[in-house]
Each structure stands twice: as C-alpha cells, then as structure tokens.
Ligand binder design. Structure first.
Ligand code: ZN
Ligand code: ZN
Length: 199
C-alpha cells in the first residue's frame, strides 16, 4: 500500500461514481473513461430503457402527426359534430344526479342530452347550457322532447327569466373552426373535471 496522507504523493484512489442505470445507483470505481454504469448488467438494462424511451417518444410523435393530418381533413361540420358531442357529454355529467327534465323519472335506461329549443330550429342555442338538460330516451326520442313538461320543469330549474331569454331572439353565432375547437376542448375539460369530482 502506498501512503495516502492528505496532499501526499501516493496513488490517488479512483474517483467513485454513482451508477446511472435506473434503480441501481451504487457507487463504483470506473475502469474506463466515460463509464456511467457499474456493470455489464446495468449497461444492458440502461440501453434497454433508453431504447424503450426513444420508441415511446417516436410513437407519441407519430400519433401527434396523425392527429394533425386528420384535423386538417376535418370539415367545419365535423368540428361542430365533435363539439356538440363534447357539450352533450358535459350536460349528462352536469345533470348526473337529476331525473329526466321532462317526465321527472329516474330510470335505468338510456340518457340523452335533450334540447329544449331544437338544434335545427335554433342552431345558435345548440351548445347553450340552459337549453340542454338530461333527458330520458323515451321523452327525447319518442315524445319529441316532451316539450310541454320540459318547459314546466325548466322554469322550476332555471327560472322563467332564463327560459324566456332562451325563447327570445338571438344573433347567429358565426363560429370559426378555432372557436368550435375551443368549445369542444372546454366542454371536454369540464366533463372530465365533473367525472373526477364524482369519482
Ligand atoms: Zn449499476
Ligand atoms: Zn323522460
């Protein structure tokens, strides 16, 4: 053994490094410059993890590109359809605890997001939260919205002023594609938040 007194001339102890392989972290004395892992085993594991990370990144990048390509092909009508679906899902989540807006039943069948003033007649109210409420499939589909009862219960729920506001005149919305996309994203986020809160 050569002397190791501080500042002495003895052989320096090799500097210890921490193994960079995930989950290892042992201290080792490198025998090669640039050595970052302690052993062959760690080198193999480290290479595998890096390869997997690179593959994941590549897949994510590809998915993003595919989505961009699909988005470019979408028409305004496609965007509206997506936004309406997101809005309707939000309405069902918002009214999850409530009965059908028209018949007042809590039933175990299918639930729709039923519009008070129809989307066809009043497109500017198609995604207005006051104009759309949870409704049972029979009322929505077979009773064309069951509107007389819908109005009675809607007044109970949001008040006559807001119902009369809905029934009054409205400017056309003239939404651009970025507007529609923003609406879709807003209602997707709101629905997700509600689901999280009730989970
Ligand atoms: Zn190691
Ligand atoms: Zn009903």
């Amino acid at each position: 053994m050569v002397g190791r007194t501080k500042g002495g001339e003895g052989v320096k102890e090799p500097k210890q490094k921490k193994c960079k392989s995930k989950g290892c972290g042992v201290l080792f004395a490198p025998t090669r410059p640039m050595q970052t892992v302690c052993s062959v085993m760690c080198a193999v594991l480290d290479a595998r993890i890096k390869r997997e990370q690179a593959e994941t990144k590549k897949r994510q990048e590809q998915r993003r590109k595919d989505r961009e390509t699909r988005d470019k092909l979408k028409t305004r009508a496609d965007w509206l359809k997506e936004a309406q679906a997101a809005f309707n899902a939000y309405i069902r989540a918002r009214d999850a605890d409530q009965p059908c807006i028209s018949c007042g039943r809590h039933h175990t069948g299918q639930w729709h997001a039923g519009h008070y003033l129809s989307r066809g007649a009043r497109p500017e109210l198609a995604m207005h939260p006051d104009n759309c409420h949870k409704q049972c499939a029979p009322c929505n589909t077979h009773l064309s919205g069951n509107l007389v009862l819908y109005r009675v219960n809607l007044i109970n729920k949001i008040g006559l002023d807001r119902v009369e506001w809905l029934e009054g005149p409205h400017e056309p919305l003239k939404l651009t594609v970025p507007d529609i996309k923003a609406i879709r994203d807003k209602y997707r986020a709101l629905a997700k938040q509600l689901e999280k809160e009730t989970a």
